[in-house]
Design a protein around this ligand. Structure first.
Ligand SMILES: Nc1ncnc2c1ncn2[C@@H]1O[C@H](COP(=O)(O)OP(=O)(O)OP(=O)(O)O)[C@@H](O)[C@H]1O
Ligand SMILES: [Mg+2]
Length: 454
């Protein structure tokens, strides 16, 4: 069983590495030694090792940095930390960040082997569980929603449970986090599947048009209404209606909608007979509706009807372990669709993807991968191509920028985001960088770029 298990050893001390190599190789493990921790992390590919053993005290990138870097790329691989002087504080941090175990130097070979066997056993279990989960996922759960982040999975789990109950759910989250995807999944897993799923963007239409779109109208109700028209509520009868960007609902429509939710019936515009329908209402928003309630632009009573449960989807930068998973998923999807030749994603590209802030969340990642595949001429998605797509610094100096240029939008977002983080961390750059999930060097570059003050 031990055969063919691959172990990555990271320690800046050559002699110590050789000793570990001897002991482990002697026991049938395949060992790879790295004395440069930063490079080890950079080149690390998910699934390439069954165990990582790393020293804690190393120059440039220390053991905690290694741990975070590895876990960001492969959340499942166990990491064993070795240190000569483990403080309680350090150990707690390491274990909280996902370290499997701590080994105190010096140790006997038997001690090492014992811990290695344990760690590998654990990773086998995790692997089995993962397969089981994937199996379950394929058996008609949410197969098209990708993620492994614990918080994200918990949200999906709640969504699955809610799907069965016929209640209103408000799905909140930044743009591109998958709100519509989740809404559709809820519908597909409810008893209303097979009935219509209808979505309306509440922010896209002026008030009167929105009203007639939702509730329909009677011939002659207003100029241009030259025949009776059913609204989307009727179109969604027996099914599900998604009120997208629900925070933009005009006050008057909020009132009519509330009445419908209370009475299960409504009036087409210009009609005096009520219409009854049976529709489950889901809503989505990237605005802070609770804040809108405080400011008086959203009715609290309507909120409680719409948000019997409030499902919040985390931003992509708050679940970076999902980035490699999603990137590969989009790559494979594109390959299937266009039979393209790009086989994979170069490790240094993954590094760039992991560091990026993703203000447009999963949609932005998908766009970058799709565009990258379209222009990539090699057989791996290369840093060149991705950098060109993400490289906003250079584009910003170009002359013909429009206000909705991607780079400008990103810069505006980043400036505010990093400034806020700095403020929240009382100017402590290290803390701010950790919160943002980027490395210190990146954070300093942003400080310089946006002339922020630490
Ligand atoms: N977890 C995920 N797995 C796979 N694809 C995803 C995931 N999350 C989002 N996507 C994809 O990203 C894109 C954006 O998702 P979606 O339209 O659901 O976002 P949204 O939150 O409704 O955005 P907006 O607020 O801008 O309307 C879609 O192409 C969707 O399929
Ligand atoms: Mg949407």
């Amino acid at each position: 069983m031990k055969k063919d298990r691959r172990i990555l050893v990271i320690d800046d001390e050559q002699a110590f590495c050789r000793m570990l190599d001897l002991v482990l190789a002697d026991n049938g493990y395949e060992v790879r030694i790295e004395t440069d921790s930063a490079r080890a992390v950079q080149q690390f590919r998910p699934g390439s090792f069954d165990l990582v053993i790393t020293d804690v005290k190393m120059p440039v990138l220390d053991g905690l940095g290694v741990l975070r870097g590895i876990k960001a790329r492969d959340a499942a691989v166990p990491v064993l930390m070795m240190t000569a002087h483990a403080t309680v504080d350090m150990s707690i941090r390491a274990l909280r960040d996902g370290a499997f175990d701590m080994l105190t130097k010096p140790f006997e070979p038997d001690e090492l082997l014992h811990r290695v066997v344990n760690a590998l056993k654990q990773s086998e279990l995790i692997e089995e569980n993962k397969e089981l989960r994937q199996e379950l996922a394929r058996q008609g759960q949410f197969p098209d929603i990708i993620g492994q982040d614990r918080q994200f999975l918990a949200v999906l789990d709640t969504a699955r449970k809610l799907a069965q109950r016929d209640i209103s759910v408000l799905i909140s989250g930044e743009s591109g986090t998958g709100k519509e995807l989740v809404a559709r999944a809820i519908h597909r897993h409810s008893s209303r599947k097979g009935q219509p799923f209808v979505a309306i963007n509440c922010g896209a239409l002026p008030e009167t048009l929105l009203e007639s779109e939702l509730f329909g109208h009677r011939k002659g109700a207003f100029t241009g209404a030259d025949q009776d028209k059913k609204g989307l509520l009727e179109a969604a009868d027996q099914g599900t209606l998604l009120l997208d960007e629900v925070g933009n609902l005009p006050m008057r429509v909020q009132k009519t909608l509330l009445r419908f939710l209370q009475e299960k019936e409504f009036y087409r515009v210009g009609e005096s007979q009520p219409t009854r329908v049976d529709v489950r209402i889901l809503s989505a928003t990237n605005a802070d509706v609770k804040e809108q309630i405080k400011q008086g632009s959203f009715r609290e009573d309507l909120y409680f009807r719409l948000a019997m449960v409030d499902l919040h989807l985390p931003a992509l930068r708050q679940r970076r372990t999902d980035i490699p998973l999603l990137a590969h998923y989009f790559l494979e999807e594109q390959n299937r669709r266009f039979a393209s030749r790009v086989r994979g994603i170069a490790p240094e590209v993954m590094e760039i993807l992991l560091q990026h802030g993703w203000p447009g969340n999963v949609r932005e990642l998908r766009n970058v991968i799709d565009a990258g595949l379209a222009i990539e001429s090699g057989d791996m998605l290369s840093a060149d191509v991705i950098a060109r797509l993400l490289q906003v610094e250079e584009r910003q100096e170009g002359p013909a920028l429009t206000d909705d240029d991607y780079g400008v939008a990103l810069a505006r977002f980043e400036q505010g985001y990093f400034a806020r983080l700095l403020q929240q961390s009382d100017g402590n750059v290290e803390n701010a960088a950790r919160k943002a999930g980027v490395n210190l060097a990146t954070f300093y570059r942003k400080i310089k770029k946006y002339a922020l003050r630490a």
